[in-house]
Design a protein around this ligand. Structure first.
Ligand SMILES: N[C@@H](CCC(=O)N[C@@H](CS)C(=O)NCC(=O)O)C(=O)O
Length: 215
């Protein structure tokens, strides 16, 4: 299999971690949805990462679809519980993935749009959404794992909290339960085998927020 995308993306990375978790060998094509837009569009009509090319050449896009497909192929190691914890797992995953959407959008606003063209209202809205999701998750991340065993909720939350810790530490702020949970995730073998890559982010044009942006 071939995984297309960069390892700073919380979406690409969670697919990479899931592939390691299930023991699926894969190679990675480190293409950026921005820098390599045309190449990404050749694989995915909307040019987004991640994309997974399967062994028979079929292509699957969107991290949620990919993770569900991998679960179906590997029921013994499925990341989706079948017991009463399912609702809690999906609730946590849904908010963690929405947080990832908003965090990636904020990165885009701050690093891809010239300062003079930024929309302060759009940025303020993203900040409110990010803080709201973080507060909600902080109140529910008291245990590691989140729901009795490692699930897709841990996968989504671990990847987005590391993303924020590395790219927007000021937005993550003082959230001890989320940091404890992310440290636990990062120590798991599938996370360690698919580390966050700042080098890939920088090569694709990412820059840290300036001091004014942090306020
Ligand atoms: N819902 C998608 C979101 C993927 C996503 O937003 N990927 C980012 C990379 S971190 C991207 O490709 N952004 C470029 C774009 O949306 O045009 C998923 O879960 O895979």
């Amino acid at each position: 299999m071939i995984l297309w995308g960069l390892m700073d993306s919380p979406f690409v990375r969670r697919v990479a971690v899931a592939l390691h978790h299930h023991g699926c060998p894969y190679e990675r094509r480190p293409l950026s949805a921005f820098r390599d837009f045309d190449a990404m569009r050749a694989a995915n009509p909307v040019g987004q990462a991640p994309v997974l090319t399967l062994a028979d050449g079929a292509v699957l896009t969107d991290s949620r679809a990919i993770i569900e497909y991998l679960d179906a192929l590997h029921p013994a190691t499925a990341l989706t519980p079948k017991d009463k914890t399912l609702l809690r797992v999906l609730q946590l995953e849904a908010v963690a993935l929405s947080l990832a959407d908003k965090a990636v959008a904020l990165t885009g606003e701050l690093t891809r749009r010239p300062a003079a063209l930024r929309d302060p209202e759009a940025i303020a809205r993203l900040q409110v959404q990010i803080a709201g999701a973080l507060d909600w998750l902080e109140d529910r991340a008291e245990t590691t794992p989140l729901a009795g065993r490692f699930t897709r909720a841990d996968l989504a939350l671990g990847c987005v909290v590391t993303y924020l810790a590395r790219k927007h530490p000021n937005r993550l702020g003082e959230r001890p339960a989320l940091l404890r949970h992310a440290r636990w995730c990062e120590a798991l073998p599938p996370f360690a085998a698919a580390p966050f890559s700042m080098a890939e982010a920088v090569a694709a044009g990412w820059q840290p927020e300036t001091l004014e942006e942090r306020s």
